[in-house]
Design a protein around this ligand. Structure first.
Ligand code: ADP
Ligand code: MG
Length: 715
């Protein structure tokens, strides 16, 4: 499906320069790109009504005769056509009205028969459709029809081609009415009608032998037929069947990659560590608390993996605040006892620095060299040069950011790599380690749980440990939805918490005032709150500060030298200040549910009761209200993830960054576990039978994998 379209398609469909530019602007460069762009939905425009059955509020398609037409004036000028059943000069009438459409006058004429589609409205006793979709079926008015048949509804479109004038007996193929009509996502520069006509041409010319590029998941249902059924279905059932086929193909590719990754790493010789627990026991004894049984269980699972000569690929899932960092540190200690080094990779510099400080504190007296390696301290650029002596500083425990992922920065003798907040990275990061000759054990951690049905798609190549309990010493979090009108009360509540010695986060969605949406900016917020609490010290944290500035602001807050931290979502992940008990979130409905839950995870980390205040103008029963109410009712990440998924659908929940899945074309099927299992089964059958993909029929799959490895290695 990689046919270049420009020449052929331009010839078939008489694309004009403007349209070609429109396609190029939308990166639709090949026929395959257009074929893959399936309709967003379908409208059943099959004629089933007569005019006498058609009434106010109804939407439908009718075949009618034009009895008269012309320009009318009331408060505005509009073109009106008066229609009735053919051969019923006195029967009921339907009025079609077009505003701002001078070209319509050239298309509609008395005596024509039209298919008309739209919603009927009663205006002063007249049944009308405003701006209806229509198609001329036959014509005794002497007008040239080619223009219509070829999609001349475009204002200023090219002149119809000479010789293509249709006689009244020849009914042009109807694409916009009296059928199930595909509705595509709008493409700027090409009208919906024109787009449909171009697709129709392509589908007509489709080679019936066309094959999928990688592997055919449903060879009994030819691709060309499925494409036809998806774009111009004769029955809605057929479009469903076709979409299912494409969804299966998409799931298959995903499952295939996942299984390939898994099998590859299983075949590799990994690191065999965790033979002694000397450091580990020292750490656990020194802790001021006991580990939860879920933490201990996870550590044991990790330890068992690390002892194996095969590579560990494990996901540690646990809600915000469940204590994943200690599990990670325990694993790192197990790795270094065998003479290896261990690295923790965090998504932000703030978080890396925090982990580093915490590790130094926890390992004090153990004489383990620890090093912090992040991007250059001034700029947040990811491509950094680590000092050579830094790489060889003899550190056994290394904490850093993305920079560590680059080949030249990779620590020596790496026995274990931990990726914190995996949902902030993508699958490719894992891939980079797996591609190594002697890959380290890999532990990825996430606090963003995903619905169980999706785990297989996203983390199917990983074994999973789950921390399903929070440490016992946690004060509860109360979450409330408040309107900005209640600000006075909120402020007095904040003051009482400050007086009790607690600290407060104030979070806003944007850094600077955006012209488009007048959301409260963190900077303006900061000034406002300084004025509100002149007797307290406040900090301002956002992504545009330099690393030193961020550092200073964070450490002042950590040491309780500042009482209020006004911030953007840079504090979303990881930040750990147990004395902070209040979080005020401005414009809460601008955030997604999972993100709000993450943010809220910054409080409730100590023994004090905590409060999360969601500020929003949302009214009872607004979708935004429904969304925010989920947070008020639940503090369980899994419940929230399921709700988020239900409210927004998987496509939006799983952005590329979150899932590493790339663009998902059929998100509606991602949660269909039967489909995923079928794809999974199919992928394993292939890999069982042909583990190295040497058979000629698996050439496409081999290319798929090769592309992927190339991406990972060059990243
Ligand atoms: P997350 O899972 O969100 O990464 P952290 O690892 O940052 O959570 O842990 C949150 C806080 O809980 C830290 O201050 C940590 O020291 C503390 N903590 C971790 N485990 C326990 C425990 N078993 N009992 C009490 N506090 C704990
Ligand atoms: Mg964490």
């Amino acid at each position: 499906m990689s046919l270049q379209w420009s020449d052929k398609l331009a010839a078939w469909t008489e694309l004009n320069v403007r349209e070609i530019a429109a396609f190029e602007a939308a990166s639709l460069l090949r026929i395959g790109d257009l074929l893959r762009r399936l309709p967003r939905r379908y409208e059943d425009r099959r004629c089933s009504l007569s005019l006498s059955e058609f009434s106010h509020g109804q939407t439908g398609c009718l075949r009618l005769h034009v009895y008269s037409c012309g320009w009318r004036f009331s408060f505005k000028r509009y073109f009106e056509a008066v229609l009735g059943e053919e051969n019923s000069s006195l029967g009921s009438r339907l009025y079609l009205r077009w505003f701002h459409a001078p070209y319509i006058a050239k298309m509609i004429a008395t005596g024509q028969n039209l298919y008309v589609y739209g919603q009927a409205k009663d205006y002063a006793g007249k049944l009308c459709i405003v701006n209806p979709d229509f198609e001329v079926v036959d014509d005794d008015s002497g007008m040239r029809l080619a223009e219509l048949a070829l999609g001349g509804s475009l204002e200023g479109a090219a002149e119809p081609v000479a010789g293509s004038v249709l006689t009244p007996q020849q009914e042009p193929q109807l694409l916009h009415s009296n059928r199930i009509v595909p509705i595509y996502k709008a493409l700027s520069g090409v009208t919906p009608r024109r787009y449909r006509e171009i697709m129709w041409k392509i589908i007509q010319e489709l080679n019936p032998e066309i094959r999928p590029s990688y592997y055919d998941v449903a060879s009994s249902y030819p691709l060309a037929e499925a494409l036809r059924d998806a774009h111009f279905p004769e029955e809605l059932d057929k479009s469903r069947k076709a979409r299912l086929r494409f969804a299966l193909a998409e799931c298959f590719v995903q499952q295939f990659k996942v299984q390939w990754r898994r099998r590859c790493s299983q075949r590799k010789q990994g690191q065999q560590t965790a033979t002694t627990r000397y450091y580990l026991e020292q750490l656990h004894e020194a802790l001021p608390f006991t580990l939860t049984s879920a933490q201990l269980r996870s550590i044991a699972e990790i330890e068992a993996d690390m002892r194996q000569p095969t590579v560990m690929n494990r996901l540690l899932q646990g809600d915000v605040g469940s204590g994943k960092t200690l599990v990670a540190l325990s694993a790192m200690l197990l790795a270094i006892e065998s003479g290896k080094s261990a690295a923790l990779i965090a998504p932000t510099q703030i978080l890396a620095e925090q982990h580093y400080a915490q590790f130094c504190r926890l390992l004090k007296g153990m004489d383990i060299p620890i090093s912090l390696r992040t991007s250059s301290r001034k700029e947040d650029s990811e491509l950094i040069e680590l000092q050579q002596d830094n790489i060889n500083d003899g550190a056994r425990i290394i904490v850093g950011t993305h920079a560590l992922l680059y080949k030249k920065n990779r620590p020596k003798a790496l026995g274990l790599a931990v990726i914190d907040e995996q949902h902030k990275f993508g699958v490719e990061q894992r891939e980079q380690f797996i591609a190594l000759d002697s890959p380290p054990d890999l532990l990825v951690m996430t606090a963003t749980p995903i619905p169980r049905t999706l785990t297989l798609s996203i983390y199917g190549d990983l074994d999973v440990s789950i921390i399903d309990e929070l440490p016992a010493n946690r004060g509860s979090i109360t979450t409330a939805l408040r309107s900005p009108k209640q600000m006075k009360k909120i402020i007095s509540f904040m003051r009482s918490e400050l007086e009790a010695g607690r600290q407060i986060y104030i979070v806003s969605p944007l850094v600077a005032e955006s012209e488009k949406r007048a959301q409260a900016s963190a900077t303006a917020e900061f000034e406002r709150w300084c004025a509100e609490f002149p007797d307290y010290s406040l900090g301002l944290l956002h992504g545009r500060l330099s690393a030193e500035e961020k550092d200073a602001v964070m450490s002042a807050f950590r040491t309780n030298d500042s009482s209020i931290l006004v911030a953007t979502t840079v504090i979303e992940v990881g930040v750990d200040v147990a004395n902070a008990t209040v979080m005020l979130i401005n414009d809460a409905d601008a955030f997604g549910l999972s993100q709000l839950h993450q943010l809220r995870g910054r409080i409730g980390r100590g023994e004090h009761k905590s409060y999360c205040i969601l500020l929003s103008e949302a009214k009872l029963a607004d979708p935004a209200w429904e969304k925010l109410d989920v947070l008020c009712r639940s503090n369980n990440g899994f419940v929230i993830a399921e709700e988020d998924f239900r409210l927004r659908g998987p496509g939006d929940v799983l952005g590329k960054a979150q899932s590493g899945l790339g663009a998902i074309e059929f998100p509606e099927w991602l949660s269909d576990s039967r489909l995923i299992h079928r794809a999974n089964r199919e992928a394993s059958e292939i890999l069982d039978a042909d583990p190295d993909l040497l058979r000629p029929e698996h050439m496409g799959l081999r290319n798929l994998i090769a592309e992927q490895i190339e991406q990972a290695v060059t990243a």
